[in-house]
Design a binder for this molecule. Sequence first.
Ligand SMILES: NC(=O)c1ccc[n+]([C@@H]2O[C@H](COP(=O)([O-])OP(=O)(O)OC[C@H]3O[C@@H](n4cnc5c(N)ncnc54)[C@H](OP(=O)(O)O)[C@@H]3O)[C@@H](O)[C@H]2O)c1
Length: 267
Amino acid sequence: MTMTPLVILITGASRGIGLACAEHLAARGHRVFGGSRTGGEHAAFTLSRLDVRDEDSVREWVANALEQAGRIDVLINNAGISLAGAVEEASAEDAWALFDTNLFGVIRATNAVLPHMRVDGGGRIINISSLAGRVGVPYLGLYAASKHALEGYSATLRYEVRRFGVYVSLVEPGDIHTGITGTPTSNPQTAYDGERERVNAVHDANMRDAPPPQRVAYVVERIINARRPRLRYTVTHGGERLVPLALRILPDSWLEALARRIYRLER
Ligand SMILES: NC(=O)c1ccc[n+]([C@@H]2O[C@H](COP(=O)([O-])OP(=O)(O)OC[C@H]3O[C@@H](n4cnc5c(N)ncnc54)[C@H](OP(=O)(O)O)[C@@H]3O)[C@@H](O)[C@H]2O)c1
């Protein structure tokens, strides 16, 4: 795409990665429409109320942007939540709330935007996944599952909509320094005490040393400006940089042994 101002929609734009993307792209001259449950105001872009778990809210948000701007060039599906705890400690309701935001929220926003992109002859859909969409992560298992689902959805959607000029890409950040916190799971089990806390301490330390969300905004801008964006873009630092290569060349048993050491798992 060229440097002409684009109309860009970003879910979850009130803070963290979504806010960094919105501010960065607005500063580049693009017309940005952000949304989040709390909404709010921002001098550089339009920030309105949006709940990606609510179909009507998503439709209204998209219709409002279309009414004001006349078209949509880019959709950035960024809104996401996390869930912290062992997989067994999560209820089906916990899992549902997580998937309803991280996967079904993406489906709702994408379905609302795609008909317009198809008619207009193209666009970009950028889904904010995670390195946890490529590997299992102890005590963030359902979050990893939701991002794995997002990966499968996005890779398939990319096959189907490219002939309409729509490119689908995934951004896979490792740890990024934002305020995201995992909601605790509903059914704590004493069997996981000790190890859960040790692993959470590793997650917390990784988060403290993580790069700022602007790193993701630069990658998103690269995708928007690329003539033919790739399917996957990672945003990593430190040892995380080895993950994509390790996934390609190491057998699963080696990856598992490595992760067990990194997270200090008991066996
Ligand atoms: N931070 C990391 O280390 C990291 C790493 C890899 C991937 N990611 C992914 O990056 C994305 C953003 O994460 P972040 O770290 O920036 O999180 P964050 O700081 O907690 O921000 C999340 C954003 O999503 C919005 N949101 C949550 N539920 C929503 C809903 N139902 N409808 C609309 N908006 C909603 C929040 O606003 P309201 O509360 O106002 O709704 C907020 O603007 C997520 O998809 C996350 O999985 C993050």
